[in-house]
Design a binder for this molecule. Structure first.
Ligand code: OFO
Length: 175
């Protein structure tokens, strides 16, 4: 049986995933106002993914007889100055999420809650993938640097990331 302590910690994670979903949605909206369609689509899809991460925990808590709570979400920033800064912020945020998942893994281990430990493995892998993706994007943005028309090239780069992601999803769904 899951402990109250573990349920509380998972409910906290729901809050973090929900905040990430809204933060990325807000970033997507700003990118849209700048005409950065590739960045907009990427951040929109990241926002969707975070909602899915939230729901997965939500359903898990209820499945194991806990009480999943709808989180209170503080308002994310609405205005941004620079798309490169946005991707830096996303990377930093993902690192925080990775640390939070690591704490959940530690807690489930300490409590010998192997069901939750097993459930969390998906998140461990997901965070590794997310950090790799974000680092890859930041590396590309560094290469583009302050080139003339840099926003155009950044957006093209994000379009390529979106295409690669869609292809990987199609391949996974075909299995
Ligand atoms: Fe769910 O935090 Fe990003 O991936």
């Amino acid at each position: 049986m899951i402990s109250e302590n573990m349920v509380n910690a998972l409910n906290k994670q729901i809050e973090m995933e929900a905040y990430a979903s809204f933060l990325y949605l807000s970033m997507a909206s700003w990118a849209n106002t700048q005409g950065l369609e590739g960045c907009y689509q990427f951040l929109l899809s990241q926002s969707d993914e975070e909602r899915m991460h939230m729901l997965k925990i939500f359903e898990y808590i209820n499945e194991v007889d806990g009480h999943a709570l709808t989180p209170a979400i503080s308002q994310p920033p609405q205005k941004f100055t620079d798309i490169v800064e946005i991707f830096n912020d996303v990377y930093q945020h993902e690192k925080k999420v990775t640390a939070a998942i690591a704490n959940l893994v530690k807690l489930s281990n300490e409590e010998m809650d192997f069901t939750t430990l097993n459930f969390l493995q998906w998140y461990v892998e997901e965070q590794r993938e997310e950090e790799t993706t974000m680092r890859g994007i930041l590396d590309k943005l560094k290469l583009i640097g302050d080139a003339p028309n840099k926003l155009y090239f950044i957006d093209k780069e994000l379009e390529a990331v979106n295409k690669a992601k869609a292809a990987a999803e199609d391949a996974a769904n075909a299995q």
